[in-house]
Design a protein around this ligand. Structure first.
Ligand code: CTP
Ligand code: MG
Length: 407
């Protein structure tokens, strides 16, 4: 197969490969970028593999960065772009089921491709657009099949994360996992516990955001792989509920985690937090998802949020909650929700027309906890429309609250 129309990213990288070739070495585009180009999907990174050893690569270019020199990866900087270039290599001894004990640089493309995970990821392409297909990746790509290169179990022993990659690609590409590869996932599922949570999380998020998540979820269920994902061992029923929902698609990681928390019955701030902490998500994501889950409960119970709930949730988490509510069958018009939110008198507590200093100046409170309580009451009154957000009105209201506290 020769690809005639190459995406811009390849054209930009072409001189880099040509420089390597001109020095007498081989250089190819490899892996996901070749797969995605043939599938007509957008590219996010261009990987290059070469017969040149790292020191040889570095000798050919003015500017390089040793991004992973011990594995043979050098980043070549060219016209404002960076290209990860990895020397053909074989690997041996995978005692920890994560990474090789030893990497050996070789001059043979075939040796390099045969230790890759799936046939569709073991394609290489020359600068001419000619695709090198040594493991029948093209026919699998055409048929929509995920098949391990060689003996599946060996590939999963080299890197157990590849089992998560299998279910992730099934969802992302809408591919079937062929029986021997699926069986090897079943047989080796427990090895997933050797993998860092962060790596598993990335694949899990990609699965949930894929075009046919149900394919990936069904593979997780049928192989039992889900049992070895953090806090998922007892969640078969939740995953089955996800599979049973009418066809759904999510667009953000926040929505994915919100949906997951909801279906695993994690509805309180504490339980959502505990779940996401184990999955090692960022604090920003935890804040977002806890707010979205609370809002989701309000949407389900009342079909709408009170002013106070809208204010507490914020528009981003509200949008997430509504995306998930839509998947669950009780979504609202996003335009209407956004309009109601926009109509709130204020959207941030710093917009309150008075502050603690004003309360002190007018001798309504003395410094201490009372100040915070009076301000909180003012904020609530403004959000719910009880008092308008003007200094004079708020000071009157604050006086009333302070007096009632003193009596
Ligand atoms: N556990 C892994 C990870 C990667 N690879 C190989 O390295 C390539 C690039 O890896 P990566 O960028 O992580 O994955 P992609 O397949 O490119 O997928 P994505 O679209 O997510 O980048 C893969 O295509 C595959 O050939 C592998 O064999 N085993
Ligand atoms: Mg990639």
């Amino acid at each position: 197969m020769i690809l005639t129309q190459l995406p811009a990213a390849f054209e930009a990288a072409r001189p880099v490969l040509e420089t390597i070739e001109a020095a007498g070495y081989e250089a190819y585009f490899v892996g996901g970028c070749v797969r995605d180009t043939i599938l007509g999907k957008p590219l996010h990174d261009v990987d290059i593999a070469t017969s040149a050893f790292p020191a040889e690569v570095k000798g050919l270019f003015k500017r390089t960065v040793d991004t992973g020199i011990e594995h043979g990866t050098v980043m070549i900087l060219d016209h404002g772009n960076g290209y990860e270039t990895t020397t053909f290599r074989t690997e041996s001894g995978y005692q920890d089921f994560r990474r090789p004990d030893q990497v050996t640089f070789v001059r043979s493309l075939k040796e390099d491709l045969k230790r890759r995970d799936f046939t569709i990821n073991a394609l290489a392409m020359k600068t001419t657009g000619e695709v090198i297909d040594l493991f029948d990746g093209l026919s699998d790509l055409k048929a929509g099949v995920l098949r391990a290169v060689g003996v599946a179990e060996d590939r999963f022993h080299e890197d157990a994360l590849r089992m998560m990659r299998a279910v992730r690609f099934a969802s992302q590409l809408d591919f079937k996992i062929e029986p021997a590869t699926l069986q090897a996932v079943t047989d080796n599922a427990a090895l997933l516990t050797k993998i860092a949570v962060e790596r598993t999380r990335v694949e899990w998020e990609k699965l949930l955001l894929g075009q046919t998540p149900v394919r990936g979820l069904n593979a997780l269920l049928s192989t039992g792989l889900y049992q070895y994902m953090p806090l998922m061992a007892d969640q078969r029923a939740a995953l089955e509920r996800l599979v049973a929902l009418p066809a759904w698609q999510l667009t953000t990681v926040e929505s994915a985690w919100t949906l997951l928390c909801w279906l695993t019955q994690r509805r309180s701030v504490a339980s959502v937090r505990q779940f996401l902490k184990v999955w090692k998500t960022s604090n920003d994501l935890i804040t977002h998802v806890t707010a979205a889950v609370v809002a989701l409960a309000a949407l389900q119970a009342n079909g709408q949020l009170t002013s106070q709930e809208n204010f507490d949730t914020g528009l981003d988490a509200l949008t997430t909650a509504n995306q998930v509510a839509t998947v669950l069958g009780f979504g609202q018009s996003q335009a209407k929700l956004a309009a109601v939110y926009a109509a709130l008198p204020i959207h941030d507590k710093h917009e309150l027309a008075i502050n603690g200093g004003d309360l002190l100046k007018h001798q309504l409170v003395t410094p201490g906890p009372a100040m915070g309580q009076v301000l909180a009451a003012c904020l609530r009154a403004v959000i719910t429309g009880q008092v308008s957000n003007e200094p004079a009105k708020l000071l009157d209201f604050a006086r009333m609250v302070a007096d009632s506290k003193n009596n």
